[in-house]
Ligand binder design. Structure first.
Ligand SMILES: Nc1ncnc2c1ncn2[C@@H]1O[C@H](COP(=O)(O)OP(=O)(O)OP(=O)(O)O)[C@@H](O)[C@H]1O
Ligand SMILES: [Mg+2]
Length: 313
């Protein structure tokens, strides 16, 4: 779901980052995010997700390019842009000996905002932390600590919330809770950008999914578009005799041959009306290619992920 007025709240232009040791961690990243969106950034370890978020939040300096938050440059108008952002970092950093209430209250003070106990109470209630407000953070479970950090990150009413791997190492139950929290925040008008290693998570909550590898944003697409790609299936034909090469009469089909030449793998899309499968069988018959057996298999999320990265490489 997109906000009706399609206001761009975050704009990243030609952003690059080279670390002091010469390592190029971001290469010309371009990204625009609309107010009210939930965007998930997927990518393997070291892809540059945390680097990107840290730059937007002003924790790291950029090397070249520019970033605007709500129309303001993050370098020139640092104070303004930072006040519009909340971040829950990948590494949990909480003061274990403080109470939940003090942690959250202090978060607000960091932005020079006056105390607003009523807002903080609402916030704690909405994250099911109200009954824990007087507990020391150290006595809470990992999932609860993460909620405390989310509350802290929201304590100054930011427009954008960054969640860097909010569900890493979190059990299934808590992961689902987290998804509910994210959806609820969005319905309150917060734009959310999160990173994750779980394709399933991106699918569950994101409006758009971005895929990063090697410091590049390889693609960013609506979830619905990506879901169509998930409709891909493969048909595996077990041949009676090995096929050295794919015959010319079959080349119009989207085919692959196994290394031992004993299998043909035909890729097709279950969302499209498909005459391809029967045409493929007809062609096998015409060419007198005999098979022992065949089976179909849904492309796994993992395969699609890898395929997307390869397509765009
Ligand atoms: N201070 C630094 N100096 C040099 N290289 C760095 C520094 N910090 C990060 N890197 C490198 O930059 C790359 C991107 O790191 P980053 O933490 O942004 O990846 P990530 O996508 O968040 O990975 P993960 O999924 O593991 O959290 C990695 O190769 C990392 O080793
Ligand atoms: Mg990271």
């Amino acid at each position: 779901m997109q906000a009706n007025h399609e206001k761009i709240i975050l704009s990243v232009k030609n952003l690059s980052k080279t670390y002091a040791n010469g390592f190029s961690a971001l290469k010309n990243v371009n990204l625009e995010i609309t107010e009210g969106e939930i965007v998930a950034l997927l990518g393997p370890n070291g892809a540059g997700k945390t680097t990107l978020i840290s730059i937007i939040c002003g924790i790291l300096n950029l090397s070249s390019g520019s970033v605007e938050v709500a129309g303001h440059d993050i370098v020139k108008d640092y104070k303004f842009t930072r006040s519009k952002i909340g971040i829950v970092p990948q590494e949990l950093t909480v003061h274990e000996f403080e109470t939940v209430w003090d942690t959250v209250k202090f978060g607000r003070g960091l932005y020079g905002k006056k105390p607003d106990n009523q807002y903080l109470e609402e916030l704690l209630k909405s994250l099911s932390l109200w009954d824990k407000k007087d507990k020391k953070v150290m006595t809470l479970s990992g999932g609860m600590k993460r909620r405390v950090l989310i509350t802290k990150a929201l304590s100054h009413k930011p427009m954008i919330l960054f969640l860097d791997e909010p569900t890493a190492g979190v059990d299934v139950e808590l992961r689902k809770d987290m998804w509910e929290i994210v959806k609820k925040l969005r319905s309150n008008g917060v734009t959310i950008i999160l990173t994750t290693h779980y394709i399933e998570e991106a699918e569950e909550i994101a409006d758009r999914i971005g895929i990063m590898t090697n410091g590049e944003l390889k693609l960013i697409e609506k979830k619905t578009t990506l879901m169509q790609k998930l409709g891909k299936k493969k048909l595996i034909i077990e041949l009676k005799k090995p096929l050295k090469t794919i015959p010319a009469g079959l080349r119009k089909h989207n085919l692959e041959k196994s290394e031992d030449s004993m299998q043909l793998v035909y890729h097709y899309d279950t969302h499209k009306e498909n005459k391809g499968v029967s045409a493929f069988f007809d062609d096998l018959k015409k060419l007198k290619i005999q098979y022992k057996d065949f089976s179909t298999k849904q492309s796994s999320l993992e395969e699609i992920f890898v395929q997307l990265i390869q397509e765009k490489a």
